[in-house]
Ligand binder design. Structure first.
Ligand code: FES
Length: 136
């Protein structure tokens, strides 16, 4: 890590997930990053949230679900989660999902780099710029 790396208020290094412009209001986008589970980026009226993308009940991709306000409904069995807290709100989902603190830098949506994250990142399968570690 170089001294000019972008960090959050807790001095944690940040990683880019996607540009905010590729996630429309009321929509979610799955982002795959080497070394960590896929995450879902949500746009709720211009406010961005990031959670695990995989439902805690099964293997469904929550970004394929139905976003209503700050609740995401799983596309498989209609479990629901709060995307602010990660709390499961509706059966059969009973286990919370992880939420990530979001930083917006210019047009980029960023989250802290997990400790276990490998140094290289990509964002395969999406029509946006690759996720990458941010340096200035
Ligand atoms: S896989 Fe999401 S509620 Fe079952």
């Amino acid at each position: 890590m170089t001294s000019n790396s972008l960090t959050d208020s807790g001095a944690r290094p940040l990683i880019r997930l996607c540009e905010s412009t590729v996630v429309a209001d009321g929509e979610a986008l799955r982002v795959d990053i080497d070394g960590m589970a896929p995450v879902a980026v949500y746009n709720v009226g211009g406010e961005f949230f990031v959670t695990d993308d995989t439902c805690s009940h099964g293997s469904a991709s929550l970004s394929d679900g139905f976003l209503e306000g700050t609740e995401i409904e799983c596309p498989w069995h209609s479990g629901r989660f709060c995307i602010r807290t990660g709390h499961a709100l509706a059966f059969p989902a009973v286990q919370s999902i992880r939420v990530y603190p979001v930083t917006i830098e210019g047009t980029w949506v960023l989250i802290p780099k997990p400790n276990e994250l490998a140094s290289g990142h990509d964002c395969a399968g999406h029509n946006h710029s690759p996720a990458s570690e941010v340096t200035r």
